[in-house]
Design a protein around this ligand. Structure first.
Ligand SMILES: Nc1ncnc2c1ncn2[C@@H]1O[C@H](COP(=O)(O)OP(=O)(O)OP(=O)(O)O)[C@@H](O)[C@H]1O
Ligand SMILES: [Mg+2]
Length: 220
């Protein structure tokens, strides 16, 4: 933690805690006080690479510096709330920001499976079962359809960012837990719904091709 940040009893201690999951950008922790929440903090190596002294001029001078990814995700979540509430069930719920001893953390609603544990990612399901059954294929289509038809920008659609959770009524649903928002320098997609839709179609086609390749690899 650097010396500009508040040191207070309210800071959540995570340094000595084992994360539930490690992404490329972030470590994902159980919230110590609220079982239904996760806290995502930026990995120190990622921050150093992307925003440290050897990084691009642009990144070093960003107003939010290493917290830029939080801003991008927040903004897009607000877009979904304002313009596409029908796709909110398919997006991770952002609850807020919390101070931790690993820097600012993004508090989000945990998506869980039937056993109450972290929902499995699509990647994990494919590795475990080799393929999606027709019911789950339909659930994936439903999720992707809602995301594609909305104003939400998606810049990272891969099978680790989609998890299969269970809602309050016990029904399964795919949820996108990462990858929303645009971080490009020249923001075309926020300005053009057409460009945004076209980009999402390409990403969805790439995701589907990846799923098919994994399914076929297992058949061989
Ligand atoms: N809200 C959530 N509910 C359940 N599981 C989650 C949630 N958010 C993240 N996860 C799990 O943690 C993993 C890493 O989270 P996330 O994708 O946010 O990290 P990241 O570092 O930004 O990812 P990337 O590696 O794509 O850059 C996910 O693949 C997923 O398995
Ligand atoms: Mg991810």
């Amino acid at each position: 933690m650097n010396e500009r940040e508040p040191v207070a009893e309210s800071v959540i201690r995570l340094q000595a805690v084992k994360p539930l999951s490690r992404g490329h950008q972030r470590l994902v922790f159980q919230h110590p006080l609220q079982t239904d929440l996760l806290i995502k903090v930026l990995r120190a190596e990622y921050v150093q690479d992307k925003y440290g002294s050897g990084s691009s001029f642009h990144n070093r001078h960003r107003r939010c510096r290493e917290y830029q990814p939080f801003l991008v995700e927040f903004r897009e979540y607000l877009v979904a709330c304002a313009r596409a509430p029908q796709c909110l069930p398919y997006l991770q719920e952002i609850v807020g920001l919390v101070w931790t001893d690993l820097g600012l953390g993004l508090a989000v609603r945990k998506v869980t499976g039937r056993d109450g544990a972290l929902a499995p990612s699509l990647n994990r399901i494919l590795r475990l079962h080799g393929a999606l059954d027709s019911r789950r294929k339909h659930l994936l289509d439903e999720c992707l359809h809602h995301l594609e038809c909305s104003d939400v920008i998606i810049d990272d659609l891969n099978d680790c960012n989609l998890v299969l959770g269970v809602d309050a009524l016990g029904a399964e649903r795919f949820v996108l837990i990462d990858g929303i928002g645009s971080s490009t320098l020249v923001p075309i997609k926020p300005l053009s719904a057409l460009a945004n839709r076209w980009s999402k179609r390409r990403r969805i086609a790439r995701l589907r091709a990846g799923i098919q390749a994994k399914e076929q690899a297992l058949v061989k």
